[in-house]
Design a protein around this ligand. Structure first.
Ligand SMILES: C[S@@+](CC[C@H](N)C(=O)[O-])C[C@H]1O[C@@H](n2cnc3c(N)ncnc32)[C@H](O)[C@@H]1O
Length: 286
């Protein structure tokens, strides 16, 4: 049996009871480690915390392993119970349908244990989840690659008065161009896009295209480490969020559409000049 288990967004305590029971009975545990992060990141300590809780070792499955070596995971799942752990919800923003479809084709049973996803946790800012349009991904620009396909989607959402969730690039275990040209893979250090970089890129694109979908005065909400004890949520115009230090990853950004007075009321509690208590530490410190 293949158990596909969501870990939630914060730390090791966010797994559900159902998920924990499933992991405990599995003989092998893989953890997908390239589309999201728990609050402790990929530090050895963090993984060790999970291993202690589960009472068994975890094999980190990077993109190469999940995409190229899925056979290994599936052949284990054919013979015994195997857990495949995904931060957030397994089907929130990342779809692991490939693995599930292949397992089903091979006659391997699949059970999914859901959990909170960034896709629903952003509801905390007060913008109604049913008032969102298409989610966009913002990739890191390079000197020679500065794609702008997200612009049109944001424009369509804004024309319809809908909010836009922008998921920000994560680069983990990316081979460097240099090493590829030498034929021996060497990996770049991991990179996680900040809200500040995302806004810089968004403003660059709207200026380049001469568009009007948004500008530096457009109201947004920046989220860092949602679901963790030290989460930070700040609402304000793009130009204001540009200079906010949101701290460690992960970050995402919402560009507001047309807001309802009730949405505004909640949003106002996250503005810089208010008593913003988005941070959930018990002592209220930020
Ligand atoms: C592919 S999505 C996450 C999918 C995950 N399975 C889920 O359900 O949440 C990854 C992106 O979502 C955003 N994200 C995920 N978790 C976050 C968090 N706790 N706080 C802020 N942004 C987050 C980041 O922009 C990150 O690059």
């Amino acid at each position: 049996m293949l158990y596909v288990i969501g870990l939630g967004l914060g730390d090791e305590k966010d797994i559900t009871l159902r998920g924990l029971e499933a992991v405990k009975k599995c003989e092998k545990v893989f953890m997908e480690a390239y589309t999201s992060l728990l609050s402790f990141g990929l530090s050895d300590d963090g993984i060790a915390t999970l291993e202690n809780l589960y009472g068994k070792p975890i094999t980190i499955a990077d993109r190469e392993m999940v995409e190229e070596k899925a056979d290994e995971i599936l052949s284990d799942a054919r013979a015994s119970d195997v857990a495949f752990l995904v931060v957030g919800d397994p089907f929130g923003a990342t779809t692991h349908s490939d693995l599930v479809v292949r397992a089903r084709e091979l006659g391997i049973g699949v059970k999914v244990v859901h959990n909170a996803s960034v896709m629903n946790a952003i509801g905390i800012c007060g913008l109604q989840l049913y008032r969102y349009g298409e989610t966009v991904s913002i990739p890191f620009f390079t000197d020679v690659w500065r794609p702008d396909s997200f612009y049109e989607k944001i424009m369509k959402n804004r024309e319809l008065g809908l909010h836009t969730l922008c998921l920000l690039d994560i680069r983990v275990k990316e081979p460097s161009w240099e090493s590829l040209s030498r034929g021996k893979k060497k990996y770049e250090p991991p990179r996680y896009m900040t809200i500040n970089t995302a806004i810089e890129q968004l403003l660059e694109v709207v200026q380049k295209l001469g568009g009007s979908a948004y500008d530096e005065d457009t109201d947004c909400v920046g989220f860092a480490r949602v679901g963790s004890e030290d989460q930070v949520i700040v609402a304000g115009p793009m130009k204001e969020l540009l200079s906010v230090d949101f701290g460690l990853p992960l970050h995402c950004l919402v560009i507001t559409g047309k807001t309802h007075p009730l949405e505004e009321e909640m949003l106002n509690t996250y503005r810089l000049n208010t008593n913003n208590d988005s941070n959930q530490k018990d002592d209220g410190s930020v």
